[in-house]
Each structure stands twice: as structure tokens, then as C-alpha cells.
Write a protein that binds this ligand. Structure first.
Ligand code: RFL
Ligand code: PHB
Length: 409
């Protein structure tokens, strides 16, 4: 089905002066930046508006684990050079519980697939550098305030930048503006259904200037709470502890963090957690959230603007990349062939993947975190499930296949 009201004539460079573009993108997180880059490669003009300044966006500590699909699309976007040089390729993860450790091997269980450790901060830096090098419009400290006319052919973003109000006329608006953005709120209330779950715990995350104490990530379930050992490079470790949702960073001096990590990772045999200076500490609440549909009229939602997963499955960033991969292809089909099939199917296709990731993230989270509300029986069920994953290749394959990422459609 096509929309005859849209022109597919290319927009001239002069028409790209502030005020008009084909695709108006709100948000320069990984979703917005990657979408802009994929569109640029396809010859589709876009303007990215970002509320914060460049330094803030480039230093926001978040995810770090990339599925093969995400690595492939970053390469296709021309943002793979440093990722290929510096990314750490992992072939498995370790599960720890009852003071024992078990490895889940990915390539043998998931069709040869592996994962790559490369921080979200670095992806964002690479994509910003590319966009600016290529002279493409990306405005920092440009706060989108309202999206009007999403039911018309010419939606408009009203934004505030450099002390003045501006408007950006678009063919399409893509809200990549995260969970708290204005995009989702711009859909009429009757058009949106939301689903959510809060968890009675949060993650305290740290960055430490110390070589990782492991070669692969360690996910540990302990009666005192979950712990995760991840990394950013051969010299920098990233670790997480399950804490109460109302806990505060001030309650966690460095020694207390290391002592607690040591207790939760304790295992029979020789293993030592190396300590080092902690350079960053933050507490992130855990929630699951989905907004349906991910499109209304000329407004599309992508990434955290449409869905949030608890980080145990490492899916947040990967879902954002999968959404914009679909959307970039759909917009390319529209502008190159006036084919609207991809745009019309975007929401259903993206949501199918989103719900698989929601299930997997919830499954990993409940299996690995002792929930203060659970009775002893439920806690034993989760331990049995973990034991099954650790000892049955059929169960381990479920983890490996979802963790490394199901193929993109
Ligand atoms: P982002 O990264 O939140 O980017 C949204 C961007 O939109 C901007 N913005 C606006 N710009 C203009 N006008 C407005 N009105 C705007 N409103 C908002 C914001 O400033 C921001 O720059 O969303 P995106 O691109 O969808 O990317 C998603 C990922 O960032 C996210 O899924 C993951 O980082 C989730 N996540 C984690 N995922 C993992 O897989 N592993 C992790 O360890 C992990 N840690 C985290 C996380 C998310 C966190 N948040 C959102 C609170 C830790 C945190 C703290
Ligand atoms: C990270 O490296 O920050 C990370 C890795 C795996 C997760 C969550 C976070 O499940």
C-alpha cells in the first residue's frame, strides 16, 4: 500500500536549511544516531535534534554488550572500524550459583553466533564523529517541545535551540527520545496501549580501573542478591550488584561494594576478584515496559521511547538497533520505490522482536535475582531452573540463542 500524497523527489541541499527535512529524528542516543547514519547511507536526508550537549551524551554510562546483528548493522552504517579494532569478542558466559560455576558456550549452541563487548559510550562517540565529519545536521541542546500534525502529511517538530523557538517541517518524525521523551506522549491516548512491570530491586553499577577478573561475563545468583561481572576493555571492569530500589549511591563506599561483590561471586576453588579504583557509580531501577503500536500516522517510535527491558538480558541497546534497522530499510523503500509496505509493517515486526526480548529479559531477571517477595518454594524453583540451564544443552541453547540475538527478519 502506498501513500500518493508523498513526494519522492529528492530534497535539494538548499531545502535542507533549518526548517525542513525528510525525516526529523528526536534524540541522539544510539537509536537516533544509528538511524540517521543508515538513512544518510541510503541517501535520505534527516535532521537529529538532541536535548543535551555533546559531552553529556558521549559520557552517559550504559550498556556494553552487542549481539552479532548489532555489530553487523554498525559495520553497514560505516561505524565498524574502531569497534572491530577494540571490541572484545566473547564465546560464552559463566553462570554462578551454590558456589559453583558453569559455562554456557554460544557458538556450539547458537549456530556459531558470538557477542561483542563495546561500550554504548563508544558507539555514540563513533556515530557522532561520523555524522559531523560528513557534514550532516545534528543539533545539540535542541529540545523538542511538541510534535504537531502527526495525522497529516507534514508533521512539524517545534523545538527550542540557541535561545529561540524553531520549527522543523518533516515528511516523517521518528521519536528516538528515550523513556522520558515527548514522542510517546505525542500519540493520542486512545491510540496507545502500554504494558509494564516494576521489579522490587535495582542495579548498582560501577566502572573500575582494574583488569577484569574473568575472561567472560559472570552472572551470579546468591542469597544476598544478584551480581554481574562485565568489562569495558582489558584494563577497565564494569560490575553490578542487585540493591533495593530505594537504595542510594551514598550508602555504598568503595570497600563495601568490593566486599559485597566478593561474597556474591565466591566459588569453590581458586578465583580472586581484583579490586581497583572505582571511577563511576550509579543506581538504575529495573522495569519492563512496552508501548503499542510503535507508529501513529507519520510518527514512529524507536528504542527506549517504545520499550524498556531489565538489563539482565543485555537487550536494551540491541533492540534499539534492531528497531532502527527495520525503520531505515522501510524509509529507504519508501523514498526509492514509493513502497510503503515496510512502513506499514514496522510496528508489528518490531514488536514481535520486542516481546521475545521482554520474555527473555524477564526470564533471566527472575531466574538470577532473589526476589524479597518470593517464598522459599519459589526461590527453589528458580534455582532448579538455573541448574537445568547449567546442565542441559537443550535449556542452555534457549539462553544462548536469545542472548546472542535471533536473526533479524
Ligand atoms: P537513549 O539512549 O535514552 O537516548 C535518547 C536521547 O533522546 C534525548 N531526548 C531528547 N532530545 C531532544 N528533545 C527532547 N525532548 C528529548 N528527550 C530526550 C536524550 O537526551 C537522549 O540523548 O535511548 P535509545 O537511543 O533508544 O537507546 C537505548 C539505550 O540507551 C538503552 O536501551 C540501554 O542503554 C538500556 N540500558 C542498558 N541496556 C543494556 O543492554 N545494558 C545495560 O547495562 C544498560 N544500562 C540502560 C542502562 C539504560 C539506562 N537508562 C535509560 C536510565 C543504564 C541506564 C541508566
Ligand atoms: C554491561 O557490560 O554493561 C552489561 C553486560 C551484560 C548485561 C548488562 C550490562 O546483561
Amino acid at each position: 500500500m502506498t501513500d500518493p500524497s508523498l513526494s519522492t523527489e529528492p530534497i535539494s541541499i538548499s531545502a535542507l536549511a533549518p526548517g525542513r527535512t525528510r525525516v526529523g529524528i528526536i534524540g541522539a542516543g544510539p537509536a537516533g544516531l544509528l538511524l540517521a547514519q543508515l538513512l544518510h547511507r541510503a541517501g535520505v536526508d534527516a535532521v537529529v535534534l538532541e536535548a543535551r550537549d555533546r559531552t553529556y551524551v558521549e559520557h552517559r554510562q550504559r550498556a556494553g554488550l552487542l549481539e552479532q546483528n548489532t555489530v553487523d548493522v554498525l559495520r553497514a552504517a560505516g561505524a565498524g572500524a574502531r569497534l572491530d579494532r577494540e571490541g572484545l569478542i566473547h564465546d560464552g558466559v559463566e553462570l554462578r550459583f551454590d558456589r559453583r560455576s558453569h559455562r554456557v558456550d554460544f557458538p556450539s549452541l547458537a549456530d556459531g553466533r558470538r557477542v561483542t563487548i563495546y561500550a554504548q559510550t563508544e558507539i555514540v562517540k563513533d556515530l557522532i564523529a561520523l555524522r559531523l565529519e560528513e557534514g550532516q545536521p545534528l543539533l545539540f541542546e535542541a529540545v523538542a517541545q511538541e510534535i504537531v500534525g502527526i495525522d497529516t502529511d507534514q508533521p512539524v517538530i517545534r523545538y527550542f535551540h540557541a535561545g529561540a523557538e524553531h520549527t522543523l517541517d518533516c515528511d516523517f518524525v521518528v521519536a528516538c527520545d528515550g523513556f522520558h521523551g515527548i514522542g510517546r506522549q505525542s500519540l493520542p491516548e486512545h491510540a496507545l496501549t502500554t504494558y509494564s512491570r516494576e521489579y522490587p530491586f535495582a542495579w548498582l553499577g560501577i566502572l573500575a580501573e582494574v583488569p577484569p577478573s574473568c575472561e567472560e561475563l559472570i552472572y551470579a545468583r546468591h542469597e544476598r542478591g544478584f551480581a554481574l561481572h562485565s568489562m569495558r576493555s582489558e584494563h577497565v571492569s564494569r560490575l553490578y550488584l542487585q540493591v533495593a530500589p530505594d537504595d542510594e549511591v551514598e550508602n555504598w563506599p568503595d570497600d563495601r561494594i568490593w566486599d559485597e561483590l566478593e561474597l556474591r561471586f565466591a566459588v569453590e576453588g581458586d578465583w580472586k576478584l581484583e579490586r581497583g579504583p572505582i571511577t563511576e557509580k550509579s543506581i538504575t531501577p529495573m522495569r519492563s515496559f512496552v508501548a503499542e503500536p510503535m507508529r501513529h500516522g507519520r510518527l514512529f517510535l524507536a528504542g527506549d521511547a517504545a520499550h524498556i527491558v531489565p538489563p539482565t538480558g543485555a537487550k536494551g541497546l540491541n533492540l534499539a538497533a534492531a528497531d532502527v534497522t527495520l525503520l531505515a530499510r522501510a524509509l529507504d523503500d519508501w523514498y526509492s520505490r514509493t513502497d510503503a509496505t515496510g512502513l506499514d509493517r514496522y510496528s508489528d515486526r518490531a514488536l514481535r522482536r520486542v516481546w521475545r526480548a521482554q520474555h527473555f529479559s524477564n526470564w533471566m531477571t527472575t531466574m538470577l535475582h532473589p526476589d524479597p517477595r518470593d517464598d522459599a518454594f519459589t526461590a527453589r524453583l528458580y534455582l532448579s531452573q538455573l541448574d537445568y540451564v547449567a546442565t542441559s544443552s537443550a535449556a542452555a541453547a534457549t539462553l544462548a540463542e536469545n542472548y546472542t540475538g535471533l536473526p533479524l527478519e
